[in-house]
Ligand binder design. Structure first.
Ligand code: SAH
Length: 461
């Protein structure tokens, strides 16, 4: 270890910054946030320094003088003169004063990390001066991963500490309580929205329920396949889960992102076998949650669009298991974007219909309505019904030459797009495999200009 990371309490402590330019400005801002009592010495200052003068900083205009080091806790040499920076660093060394030299970690006795500030929670990242860009990239990743509300949650945890200590006798019980509270999505949301009544209600409910009985289910939409299309919240949830219940449409790259020690339960159709019946899936969710687990039900696309998410939640509702829902990008949005087919367009389609091709026996669709002009039709689960779809649309007045696209494995590297005309639909469907989406309407023609994703293109004229 080249550097020991420490967090310094600088509130009210005298610190010196030498330099009055942009870099010194950034350092001053940080020390101000830490509440230090700051003196800045420079030949000249940028405007913000004068604005800050009314607050807690003292400006000393002119040449640097060694006397300024007296009684300081920390020094930052941030001038654009490397010789002066080095002199300051040496003087500090003699006086056993911690000194940071900007852009020159070798001369510095402390370096400043990249920070992710969720005060009071702080994450510091450093590459030991080897690669500030790498540290910054990592910081950006962490910044995206750590929800903004974490600070509020940490603050709240601090406030609750005594109550928890009083309520639970053993460290083990307290730990289990905190593990539940700190990942409680609705609590975090209530905190972020300053809904103090709700915060108290949720907290009280957490105290009241026996510790083992606090499972919950988070229904997460995984998007159409490309892991980049998973939402930030979805990613956070799959990294917190104890158990992940997933099916066939969840792509491998997304499964690679789940917490390593989470239990994975597959409930999709495997070659030669039937799907796990819905009732059994509902039961699995219920059982896992009742065991006190944090269960993520991970579904392709959006869980509320042909995802039977509603049915699963109804079962949980009846059993009084708490749940939350994280939406996902549905196949229609994903496939449309990655195949260069805008679902609506001022000139061609004023509305879009998401339709299941898998209609329950006995009921059929309102074909006359669907055949109307100036709309885009998107059929999910439509491959095996392609003939039926084309026949009915044409019978009800849609032009047989209407443009169609079949998007297979949309948004994934293997994406294939077959385009043609409505009368060819059934024939073209023979060349596609599940999962595929059928898009019907004039907007499909725009693909010739708007295609950007390097997919496997099959155009039939
Ligand atoms: N809840 C999902 C849909 C589940 S129904 C969503 O919002 O996207 C399953 C159907 O979705 C498949 O038969 C197929 O028509 C479509 N689908 C899902 N992912 C797809 C993908 N990557 N490419 C093409 N179609 C997809």
């Amino acid at each position: 270890m080249d550097y020991l990371p420490i967090f310094c309490q600088l509130r009210g402590k005298a610190c010196l910054i030498v330099g009055g330019g942009d870099v010194a400005e950034r350092k001053t801002r940080l020390l101000m946030q830490a509440g230090a009592s700051i003196t800045v010495s420079a030949k000249s200052f940028t405007q913000p320094f004068y604005d800050w003068q009314q607050q807690q900083i003292t400006l000393i205009e002119g040449e640097f003088s060694a006397q300024l080091l007296t009684n300081k806790w920390l020094v930052i040499a941030a001038t654009d003169d490397p010789v002066l920076n080095q002199t300051i660093s040496q003087l500090c060394e003699q006086q056993q004063l911690f000194c940071n030299v900007v852009d020159s970690p070798k001369q510095a006795s402390f370096i400043m990390p990249s920070i992710i500030d969720r005060s009071p929670l702080m994450v510091a990242v450093s590459s030991g001066g080897r690669s500030p860009v790498l540290a910054r990239l990592l910081r950006e990743k962490l910044e995206a991963l750590l929800p903004q509300h974490l600070g509020k949650l940490a603050e709240y945890a601090g406030y609750l500490r005594r109550r928890v200590k009083h309520y639970y006798q053993t460290i083990n019980e307290r730990r289990r309580f905190w593990e539940k509270l700190l990942v409680h999505d609705r609590l975090a949301q209530a905190l972020a929205n300053h809904q103090s009544q709700q915060v108290e209600q949720i907290t009280q409910a957490l105290f009241d329920a026996p510790l083992d009985d606090r499972g919950e289910v988070i229904l997460v939409g995984a998007g159409p396949g490309d892991p980049g299309l998973l939402t930030l919240k979805g990613l956070q949830q799959i990294q917190l889960a104890d158990v992940i219940v997933y099916d066939r449409l969840v792509s491998q790259p997304i499964l690679d992102l789940v917490r390593r020690d989470a239990e994975l339960i597959f409930v999709g159709k495997q070659a030669g076998f039937h799907c796990v019946p819905q009732a059994q899936i509902n039961q699995t969710l219920l059982e896992q949650a009742k065991r006190g687990k944090r269960v993520v039900r991970l579904k392709g696309g959006d869980p509320f669009i042909f995802g039977r998410g509603g049915e699963e939640l109804e079962t949980l509702f009846q059993a009084n298991i708490p749940f939350t829902v994280v939406p996902g990008i549905t196949a229609a949005s994903g496939c449309a974007a990655y195949s260069g087919i805008p679902l609506t367009h001022r000139d061609y389609a004023q509305s879009v219909r998401l339709i299941t091709g898998h209609v329950q026996k006995g009921s059929d669709l309102d074909w006359q309505n669907l055949a109307a002009e100036r709309q885009t039709l998107v059929f999910y689960m439509g491959l095996s019904q392609a003939q039926h779809i084309a026949d009915n649309l044409i019978k009800n007045g849609m032009a047989a030459t209407t443009a169609i696209a079949i998007v297979e494995q949309g948004t994934l590297a293997k994406q294939k797009v077959i385009t043609g005309q409505l009368h060819q639909l059934a024939n073209l469907a023979n060349y596609a495999h599940s999962p595929s989406l059928i898009i019907i309407g004039d907007v499909v023609k725009l693909r010739t200009q708007l295609r950007w994703f390097a997919d496997n293109d099959v155009a039939i004229h």
